[in-house]
Design a protein around this ligand. Structure first.
Ligand SMILES: NC(=O)c1ccc[n+]([C@@H]2O[C@H](COP(=O)([O-])OP(=O)(O)OC[C@H]3O[C@@H](n4cnc5c(N)ncnc54)[C@H](OP(=O)(O)O)[C@@H]3O)[C@@H](O)[C@H]2O)c1
Length: 229
């Protein structure tokens, strides 16, 4: 049995949305204490109640403002649309000092969603590093996994590529990938996130072509070696 007291608290900025709720569900199920962050405490509480309804009253999940989620959590995950990325990070910057931020943001160009278009910094993740400055470790993960899969009980046929500003950031994030029931791969420096973020547009294109909603990637040819490297 997992001892929740020994697990870090995860705060999810924009945790009321599709991807944030999916991740919150997975980590709550794994025993992590979760703070659902939102601009509206009422909305956050409603999402927390939905997860409790799915998992039962033992679920350690509660709603909070984004600010309080960032202040009270040990690890902070951001799952907001790209248009809200900068503003949300700036609003919690002082609360993130000395902590790990996991960025799930994809800078989708909503008028051409199937075409990769990165911001001047190189990627949303590199923008996060620029916005936050030194003193905050940034990792990226889950940009290629559909929220629909996160909310299903079936095994997830999709691997997760993890980048980060330090080995420690990537290792902690890989632990959370495993806890969420997926296979993770250390994809290296945060600069590599531009590739991972870009892959999302290609997956959306495949989804549109096939009329499906959750195409994903899997690293192959590694069966004799350990995953989550
Ligand atoms: N959906 C997926 O399957 C998926 C998969 C991989 C990656 N992603 C990435 O994950 C991120 C979140 O995607 P999503 O589909 O979960 O988004 P979403 O449901 O549209 O929005 C997530 C949350 O962001 C907050 N938000 C929305 N507009 C905002 C604004 N203008 N300012 C501040 N906060 C705002 C809202 O929370 P409050 O109103 O409660 O504050 C909302 O519930 C995106 O960057 C997306 O590209 C999504």
């Amino acid at each position: 049995m997992i001892d929740s007291l020994a697990l870090p608290t995860i705060g999810i900025l924009g945790g009321t949305g599709k991807e944030g709720k999916g991740l919150a569900y997975r980590w709550t199920k794994a025993g992590y204490p979760i703070l659902i962050g939102s601009r509206s405490k009422e909305k956050a509480n409603a999402t927390a109640s939905e997860i409790i309804a799915m998992l039962g009253s033992v679920a350690k999940v509660q709603g909070a403002s984004n600010h309080d989620a960032a202040r009270m959590a040990n690890i902070i995950v951001i799952t907001v649309p790209y248009s809200a990325h900068r503003e949300t990070l700036l609003s919690v910057k002082s609360e993130l000092q000395g902590k790990l931020l996991i960025d799930v943001t994809v800078p989708l160009n909503l008028s051409k969603i199937t075409q990769v278009q990165m911001p001047p910094a190189g990627s949303a993740a590199q923008e996060a590093v620029e916005i936050l400055g030194p003193g905050i470790d940034v990792a990226t993960a889950f940009q290629n996994i559909s929220y629909e899969l996160l909310l299903q009980e079936k095994p997830i046929d999709c691997d997760i590529l993890v980048t980060g500003t330090s080995k420690d950031a990537r290792t902690k994030t890989l632990g959370l990938v495993t806890a969420a029931g997926m296979v993770g791969w250390d994809a290296g420096a945060i600069e590599n996130s531009m590739v991972v973020e870009g892959l999302t547009s290609i997956l959306i294109r495949i989804n549109k072509k096939l009329g499906i909603s959750h195409a994903g990637f899997r690293i192959t040819g590694t069966s004799e070696k350990e995953s989550s490297i």
